[in-house]
Design a protein around this ligand. Sequence first.
Ligand code: SF4
Ligand code: SF4
Ligand code: SF4
Length: 443
Amino acid sequence: MAKIELTRIPFIKNILKSRYPQLAVFIVMLIGYIFAILAGLIGTPVGSHNFSIVFVWIAWWALLILVAVPFFGRGWCAVCPIPLPGEWLQRGAVLSPPDKRPKWLNLRVPKMFRNIWLQNISFLLLALFSSVLLTTPNITGIVLAAMLFAAIGLSTVFERRAFCRYLCPVGGFIGLYSQTAPVELRIKDKQVCVTCEGKPCYNGSSTGYGCPWDIFPGGLTKNTYCGLCMECIRTCPHDNIAVNLRPFSADLAKPSTRMDEAFKAFIMLGSAIIYAGVLLGPWGAFKDAAYNVGSGAWFIYAVVFLAIIFVVLPGLFTLGILNTKNALPLKQRFASLSTALIPLGLMFWVAFSLSFVLTNASYIIAALSDPLGLGWNLFGTANMAWQPMLTSILAPAQTLVLVGGLIWSARTAQKAAGEVKVSPIPVIVYCLLATCLMLWLLL
Ligand code: SF4
Ligand code: SF4
Ligand code: SF4
């Protein structure tokens, strides 16, 4: 399938170029985010009746993992409210054209942190405490507030969106999986960039800010680090930026050789498997260990969690590819071939989330009427009884998703193996075994 340039349609282009539609969505999102913090801190401690738990971990999560990431890549980052207050403070403006004088320290992030290891760590921290985070409103409120203040703090010290680019636990996996999405932002003509004076898309101009994600749009080859903020559409004086529809997973044709990105794929794959076993499986002891944060059992759970992600999964993968010898170092083959785990991991998360979301979706309707659990009944739905939804189609849908993910990852493995000139068979067998495990855990 050839690419289709969406920005050729004047209506879409005008909406993306104007700051006002995006600002309107930002403001709604920011109000919702602040309300989620307040609800977590002052609302009922019963998670299933508190806006912060129901709307963040059920409604937002469902939209993010089932719709936004698979179909729009970093689309959520285009409207996410977390970096906004920090960015407004950093710029000293909400909408006005940029003033070149830095308002704060405006330091460059040190080179050793310019990777996604910090994002890997921040995601793992949330993952290890997730059973408490997902069920306890005041912990959710504190974590949401901490993310907002961390983004503000980093904006006053470092240039551009340092929190999004290097620390956000959500942004890390959205970036990884955005490579599979059928939407991209790219330049139209490389030659135009070569002769473009001042590179306003990176350095800013009177029409907009230099790329907040510290990317030179002229060199974009994958979605991972482009936050779809649309600034470059506003600043490019040569109309050289396009938003395109494209085939799914187009970015994965050129596998990454970075270990931080490779480990992100293992972290996400392993977390989906562990969550499926612990949160949805029949083993009460595992669940107790995950919930009793700080207990001896929880420490064992944390060690096993990290061992599965950093030792077992990558170790088995390495054993599998050891014999796929060629001139490339093992590290490079490992990083490149792990690209196949990206569609697999995304489909694992979709399958896991279908269980989680359909089981708990009825709480959304009740919480709409009584978001703080204070006995309100705004829309007359507060007393709606909990009931799982679409239970009859859950297992077939999950099977379809997991088998689809396996086929998708096998296809990706073939391409990645072709790039590094080795056989894809060990990677495909690895993906097959992981899929069988996930099917067993979920069905
Ligand atoms: S990286 Fe994180 S904070 Fe930044 S826009 Fe994306 S989700 Fe929001
Ligand atoms: S401003 Fe436009 S033409 Fe110039 S370098 Fe950036 S994308 Fe290319
Ligand atoms: S300025 Fe352009 S390249 Fe940079 S994050 Fe925004 S949309 Fe992506």
